[in-house]
Design a protein around this ligand. Structure first.
Ligand code: PRP
Ligand code: URA
Length: 217
């Protein structure tokens, strides 16, 4: 039976021709590391722009050449961007392009090749992270294990408001993530068909970390 994402109210599949175009080039196995890296950054800007739509602003006084005026600016100090290492790092610059100066946390997870279960190897988060809205970023949502574990880590540190942004998701990952975290908005650039027997997304783009950092065998 076809996967019906509409049953998950927190999942948002973004639908813009420019985003689709960039993701198509990303999928191409002939796309070189430098182009791939740059596309991930651009895609992160496009997706982040949508995901940050509801972000809080406050009025700041600005002097225009004409007069003083009160105008909205984002509450940077209330935000935190958290990439899941390694591949999530590829999305970090794009998020920073949107709002420079937002603090970053880092969560290191890798998938065990046999079990496909995530293994934690690093975690460094701002001290006051529990007061912030966290934008968790990782290009791939495959089984969902890594994203679910990263959310657990954030919640253990007292974080109450989390948004997850990925570029490509598999139905298996969406189901697992949304059933575990129905309260967390999940922004998806493209929803793919399924996972293969190595838990890679089909058609997907291959190993995102390897393609961003040029470490493919
Ligand atoms: C990739 C990806 C996600 C994870 C998704 O990371 O960046 O973190 O796999 O898979 P899942 O949904 O089944 O958990 P990987 O483990 O390959 O590590 P890397 O980023 O260091 O390459
Ligand atoms: N991680 C990746 O980098 N790619 C996949 O297809 C699945 C997990």
């Amino acid at each position: 039976m076809e996967f019906d994402i509409k049953q998950y109210k927190n999942a948002i599949v973004l639908d813009h021709p420019i985003l689709k175009h960039k993701i198509t080039i990303l999928r191409d196995k002939n796309t070189k590391t430098s182009v791939f890296k740059n596309l991930v950054r651009e895609i992160s800007i496009l997706e982040g722009y949508e995901a940050l739509r509801h972000v809080k602003t406050f009025n700041m006084e600005v002097d225009t050449p004409i007069e003083k005026t009160l105008q909205p600016v984002v509450k940077r100090s209330e935000l935190c961007f958290v990439p899941i290492l390694r591949a999530g790092l590829g999305m970090a610059d794009g998020m920073s392009d949107l709002i420079p100066g937002v603090s970053f946390g880092h969560i290191g997870l890798y998938r065990d090749e046999i079990t496909h279960e995530p293994v934690e190897y690093y975690c460094k988060l701002p001290n006051n992270i529990s007061e912030k809205e966290v934008y968790l970023i990782d290009p791939m949502l495959a089984t969902g294990g890594s994203a679910i574990d990263a959310v657990k880590i954030l919640k253990k540190h007292g974080v109450k408001r989390i948004v997850f942004i990925c570029i490509i998701a598999a139905p298996e990952g969406v189901k697992a993530f949304c059933e575990t975290n129905p309260d967390i908005p999940l922004y998806i650039g493209a929803l793919d068909r399924c996972l293969n027997d190595r838990a890679y997304i089909c058609p997907g783009l291959g190993d995102a970390g390897d393609r961003i950092f040029g470490t493919a065998k």
